[in-house]
Design a protein around this ligand. Structure first.
Ligand SMILES: *Cc1c(COP(=O)(O)O)cnc(C)c1O
Length: 410
């Protein structure tokens, strides 16, 4: 097998910038370097033209109008602007938001800030496969609810939430619907009209665009969403996000969105095939494998597995030339078990025994086979070491009921 090492299988964390995107950005670093807000000369005009072209590309991909796309530094900023900006614009009139336990921290943390400011936050549970019930969303909406925030695709288990059903219920009740679509954009169909979405957070570096740029879709009519800006100074981006627009990054973002739209269907089929191949190989050679998330309603490149009786951190460390993530967030010195897997009702041991695998655009079948072999080998090694230490040859999980492996669809 001719594979280049190390192999990157962590595409939910970030993606490499596509060489075609790098090429599109190239002129805007030193040749067409103008400030898009400089209206007095050709340098500014060229920059502005490039920014507006990118805005049109992104709007078209979402079924939105260009003026509804506000460039930001990424999905974290977009989520903060959406939640805190909408809350501030309606302070005194509304005081309640609804979200879900499996959201990204860039949604949950601003919600916590709102709580400190006296807002009430309803955090809805998910079922064992990570799905939120649209009727539970509807039931959580109150008289003074401002908005509902439910992500489009989860960054750990890839689960795709029923956006259209949730959006329809929000619209019926006159409540704004925000969705963090950082993982969904370019991977699965995403249309702001179909989803009845009023605010949508996007990030370029999750879809083979450059890091440091993203956007917030802000619905301009029916309803017109009112946001209080989070930063002031110049009134760029229709006053919602002051600050010089990073032209090369925005150009790259636009190109990345256009490429993803062109290739989405064929790429989804290819990634789904690779994902199923990896799952089949692991399932064929390992016992005690548990699939986390929904078997079909998930991102095509996402596989999240728990390996009974294996420490995820140790497994991760043993996989020297295969880059994946474990089910612990290493944001602090002591790794916290994933709040997403915990919300699925998985016992802590299985949460800590999990790997998140994100297959991407440049991965090959040979790489998948290599990764499957390394994972199998290391899981078996860690299990036999643990069994030896425990003083018996038998694996603990083989005494009890074995967790059922599930089928992953494409
Ligand atoms: C990566 C990610 C973010 C953060 O995006 P940045 O552009 O890195 O700020 C937010 N939400 C989800 C679902 C993500 O996957």
């Amino acid at each position: 097998m001719a594979v280049d090492l190390p192999i990157y299988l962590d595409h939910h964390a970030t993606t490499p910038t596509d060489p075609r995107v790098v090429e599109a950005m190239e002129p805007y670093w030193s040749r067409d370097f103008g400030n898009a807000a400089s209206h007095g000369h050709v340098f500014g005009w060229r920059a502005e033209e490039a920014v507006e072209l990118a805005r049109e590309c992104i709007a078209a991909a979402l079924g939105a109008e260009p003026r509804e796309v506000v460039f930001t530094s990424g999905a974290t900023e977009s989520n903060n602007l959406a939640l805190l900006g909408a809350a501030e614009a309606q302070a005194g009139r509304r005081d309640h938001v609804v979200t879900v336990a499996t959201e990204h921290k860039a949604v949950l943390d601003p919600c916590r800030v709102l709580e400190r400011r006296g807002w009430r936050v309803s955090v809805l549970p998910v079922d064992g496969e990570g799905l939120v019930d649209p009727d539970a969303v509807a039931a959580a909406i109150e008289e003074r609810t401002l908005l509902v925030s439910v992500m489009a695709a989860n960054n750990e288990i890839g689960v795709l939430q029923p956006l259209a059903e949730i959006g329809a219920r929000c619209r019926e009740r006159g409540v704004l619907f925000h969705t963090d679509a950082a993982q969904a954009l370019g991977k699965v169909p995403l249309d702001v009209q179909d989803a009845c979405a009023d605010l949508v957070s996007l990030s370029a570096h999750k879809l083979y665009g450059p890091p440091g740029v993203g956007a917030l879709f802000v619905r301009a009519r029916r309803p017109r969403v009112r946001l209080e800006p989070r930063q002031y100074g110049g009134g760029h981006e229709r006053g919602l996000r002051s600050g010089t627009v990073p032209v090369p990054l925005v150009v790259g973002f636009g190109r990345a969105v256009a490429l993803a739209a062109e290739e989405r269907e064929s790429e989804a089929a290819r990634l789904g095939g690779l994902r199923d191949r990896l799952f089949e190989r692991l399932r064929g050679s390992l016992e005690g494998l548990v699939l986390n998330g929904h078997p079909e309603r998930r991102l095509p490149g996402n596989l999240n597995l728990s390996f009974a009786d294996v420490d995820g951190e140790a497994l991760l460390a043993s996989l020297r030339d295969v880059a994946v993530s474990s089910g612990s967030a290493c944001t602090s010195a002591t790794p916290e078990p994933s709040h997403v897997l915990t919300a699925l009702g998985r016992p802590e041991a299985l949460v800590r025994a999990s790997l998140r695998i994100g297959i991407g655009r440049f991965n090959t079948a040979d790489e998948i086979d290599y990764a499957a072999e390394r994972i199998r080998e290391n899981v078996q090694l860690l299990r036999s070491t643990a069994a030896r230490k425990a003083g018996g040859g038998r694996l603990p999980f083989s005494d009890s009921q074995q967790p059922e492996a599930e089928e992953v669809g494409s």
